[in-house]
Write a protein that binds this ligand. Structure first.
Ligand code: FE2
Ligand code: FE2
Length: 428
């Protein structure tokens, strides 16, 4: 059987490679997370028609895998896909002729496949969705479909739907992981992921973002009290640092955005929200880093138009409790910040809707639009819950903090989806 073998230790990259491959060829795809697993597959499945492999991986890196493949199947085409400089890769892999530079994987891989796998072009407008990717995404940012038969598909999820463990179980049992998305959406998903990777790669050599460091102890305490894992916190820290570094480096964004600085209440609030939203997303099983990036961007921008002098929790509370007429300017700040997010280049989509929704309430009494719960997006709901958790942590002594207590004191979040779904998932 002819097949393509994809090897990378990062699950999201592996899924992106699969998505690119499945939008271009109809070849069978196998995936491995390290050199050793790849060798197992090669021994079991026989000669592949192509291997696309990362260089840096635990449990058998690219150099090891390539030397083993040379012994097993010396004539198999081999592509190295890595974030390391090409000159360095050429030295490490003198016998390899094709290199793909991360993060821009789509164009070169597609070109290579089209040139070498021309006999299997893809005619249909639906492509198979890597189930693992959907699972880490949590909130789908595209419509998904189930295939009923030749050319027949029905929609299963709408863009913006949030999925929890029970949904995944149902999908796994019923549809045997065979979900599809539109080819055009697949292209956007890949593009969005490449943008995210680019930000991460360009910031990886930079110094840590000091303020995020400074709020980590208090978020860590909160996580511990709520029974949340340390891994979620570490992953959150990584994404927040990369996103902030990206903003700092991007002249247009850096000129406009107010980045939190140390020693002010605004900075501390924004930084905490950046980290906490990512932690909560991870706790929900939404591990996708592009989803986390949206939450970080929304955190950085959500109160952009709130006067810094007012940014004191008691002051803000006074304003929020004042009559709509007397605080009309304040009540439009989500709207103005969302507009700013839409106008800036480099801000991922959906960030504007999270910002727009951050003062809405499950009972429909929030502002600026007074949306009912069902019209609030899943990421918006997560953000609103995180704002409430931060406010809650100020009202309680450290040893009194607990998820149970937070839920008891915030019954409004347990009544309607998408809030209810998030709270139930955090509890389980
Ligand atoms: Fe706000
Ligand atoms: Fe806030």
């Amino acid at each position: 059987m002819s097949y393509i073998l994809l090897v990378d230790d990062e699950p999201d990259i592996l899924d992106m490679l699969e998505l690119i491959t499945s939008t271009t060829t109809q070849s069978v795809i196998f995936k491995a997370c390290c050199g050793n697993e790849a060798i197992e597959i090669l021994k079991k499945q026989g000669v592949p028609s192509l291997i696309v492999s990362d260089y840096k991986m635990p449990n058998g890196d690219g150099v090891f895998l390539f030397s083993e493949v040379q012994k097993l199947y010396p004539s198999v085409p081999y592509i190295i896909c890595s974030g390391n400089p090409e000159a360095q890769l050429k030295e490490l892999f003198p016998a390899v002729s094709e290199f793909i530079q991360k993060p821009n994987m789509m164009k070169p891989l597609k070109q290579y496949l089209e040139k070498n796998f021309v006999h299997t072009p893809i005619p249909q407008e639906y492509v198979q969705l890597p189930f693992g990717y959907l699972k880490r995404l949590g909130v789908v940012s595209f419509d998904t479909f189930v295939r009923l038969g030749e050319g027949k598909y029905i929609k299963l999820h709408q863009s913006g739907d949030a999925l929890d463990k029970s949904d995944y179980l149902k999908i796994e049992n019923k549809f045997l992981n065979r979900l599809y998305l539109l080819k055009n959406d697949a292209v956007n998903v890949i593009k969005e992921f490449e943008d995210f990777l680019e930000k991460r790669i360009s910031s990886s050599s930079e110094n840590q973002f000091e303020l995020v460091e400074s709020v980590i102890p208090s978020v860590a305490l909160l996580c511990k009290s709520f029974g949340w894992s340390h891994e979620s916190l570490q992953l959150a820290q990584k994404t927040v640092t990369a996103t902030v570094q990206f903003v700092k480096k991007n002249k247009n964004l850096a000129a406009v955005l107010r980045l939190p600085s140390e020693d002010d209440t605004y900075g501390a609030h924004v930084s905490k929200l950046c980290v906490l939203t990512c932690v909560v997303a991870s706790q929900l099983g939404w591990h996708n880093e592009a989803t986390h990036e949206k939450l970080v961007m929304a955190s950085l921008m959500h109160d952009h138009f709130v006067d810094e002098a007012l940014y004191d929790d008691t002051e803000l509370l006074k304003i929020e409790n004042a009559s709509p007429a007397s605080n009309s300017e304040y009540r439009t700040h989500p709207f103005r910040a969302a507009e700013l997010a839409r106008s800036l280049k480099g801000i991922p989509n959906h960030v504007d809707s999270i910002i727009m929704e951050h003062h809405e309430k499950p009972n429909g009494e929030g502002f600026p639009r007074g949306l009912s719960a069902s019209r609030i997006s899943a990421l918006g709901a997560l953000f609103i819950i995180c704002e409430a958790i931060i406010a809650y942590s100020f009202q309680k002594k450290a040893d009194q903090l607990s998820l149970e207590d937070f839920i008891t004191t915030h019954p409004e979040f347990t009544l309607k989806d998408p809030f209810k779904k998030i709270i139930l998932s955090l509890k389980s």
